[in-house]
Design a protein around this ligand. Sequence first.
Ligand code: M6R
Length: 629
Amino acid sequence: MCGIVGYVGHSAGRVNTGHNALDVVLEGLRRLEYRGYDSAGIAVVADGTISSRKKSGKLSNLIAELEASPLPDSLTGIGHTRWATHGGPTDLNAHPHLADEGKLAVIHNGIIENFAELKLELVRKGVDFKSETDTEVAAALLGDIYRNQVHGSSKGDLTKAMQLACQRLEGAFTLLAIHADQPDVVVAARRNSPLVVGLGDGENFLGSDVSGFIDYTRRAVELGQDQIVTITADTVEITDFYGAPAEGKEYHVDWDPASAEKGGFPSFMEKEIHDQPDAVLQTLLGRSDVNGRLTLDELRVDPELLKHVDKIIVLACGTSAYAGQVAKYAIEHWCRIPTEVELSHEFRYRDPIVDENTLIVSISQSGETMDTLMAVRYAKEQGAKTVSICNTNGSTIPRESDAVLYTHAGPEIAVASTKAFLAQITAAYLLGLYLAQLRGNKFQGEIKDILADLNKIPAKIQRILDNEAQIKELGQSMADAKSVLFLGRHVGFPVAMEGALKLKELAYIHAEGFAAGELKHGPIALIEEGQPVFVVVPSPRGRDSLHAKVVSNIQEVRARGAKTIVIAEEGDEAVKAYAEHVFYIPETPTLLAPLLSTVPLQIFALALASAKGYDVDQPRNLAKSVTVE
Ligand code: M6R
């Protein structure tokens, strides 16, 4: 939630980098806007004063404001794009917030939990608050501390003031501050919220993630928990909240800015749906040898510990949790380890049974989801081993986990997750196969065969994409639908829920995914004449008469007037008689089918929402990374 950018350009005596802070910060905000788009704002230091502009609504509103009322050229600036928590999405509540008589500007991502008591204290000191935000309280506190440092000729120290302020703040925050009296400096702090440093040549950057500065540098530095960083054009100094020096970990960002562009597609979401063959391929690449032996070198958990795992708990939220539910079927089948999947926020606040033989597998595209981070921390405290499946290098969840298996989907910008979902399922399968290999649950030949099937998936996804016109047309023709239901069994059940989530997020219509077998226990009462029902049908070549059961379920809803839309395997003629529309996907083993059957549902939601004229990349009320609990 909230995108944050900071920049300091060249200092005296160095070659001019040619960057105006305004341009750098605006470009960063454009790339970070997916994190929140309720308002945007920017502040720069120039000629010994702070100048700022802020506007509710999308970044384009701020840009229009800046055209009408330009900011001065500057070498130091900060910018913010907001997902509202405290106070509605108004101009007044937009960041930056000013303090110290307009000489200090602060932006913030997170929630200051003790803001009410701090506000009371500051009001008693005479502070007049203008907004409803917790951020303005943090700004006022910082301003108050800074001002108290200034005595006669002794100047204030923004870094020191930030340290003292952070000692008083509770909750989750990334804070960035600039002060008119220290024009060459941006000071930032982080606790439980993301912040990365970008290292330039004669310029340095700060961002909620690397996309905030990817146009300028690929050298990034991870910050730890409860750290403060002070950047100038030439220096980066990191301390803890008490001033003790700390080290950041430098890493190279291996994706290029072009991969975070639309690549000729009308939206990021459409581009990312089309990235999916590559997302799966890249996630599989280099993870096994020619004999089909898995070599997950990055999984640094002692193999002996993994052999003794007696329970797996997958923790995630939203789409990532559906990836976990798909993974459960495969992991239990391949490894015979009891596997639970739980929403992180539910796990954290019940009294779960976790011990040193529990393996926690967290799944998160962003690696910053606060609910999941808190659940992972809690599990670690209970002695569990933690593995993170994550798409964002250097983010907090993998950093705090014992091991990480990165998905290599590339940057996912659209708020609705697509390619990360398929990459998460792929990575979870690799983890399951690795555990099966380690524990001897599967012969090497069996693992090799499954890997061979997995390696065929990218080409099969491409075939679905090549035939997307039919599902797009259906989506466009259903723009007036008020409600769509999705049914599936076995791995088709989480796929049905993911299909429903995509439609809710993008098209703002009622959509629900059900286990097809559950239908007769209640949900079938929803069926009336013309109700659209998607059914994800398992392969007729699968086991346990699953196919026949789902075909019966289609008949049950159709008999009650439903308009049935079926996703089935090529060659499955049996479903035709009961379906108004059939979309065929290539043959694949049942457990791997979600990597294919999800794709038409994504395209359907995209087409329907686009037909309604909605912004599919930035749906209302949402943000890409949910960094508050
Ligand atoms: O970054 P994460 O994978 O941890 O995010 C989890 C959910 O917030 C995310 O999947 C959300 O449900 C998406 N908007 C779904 O499209």
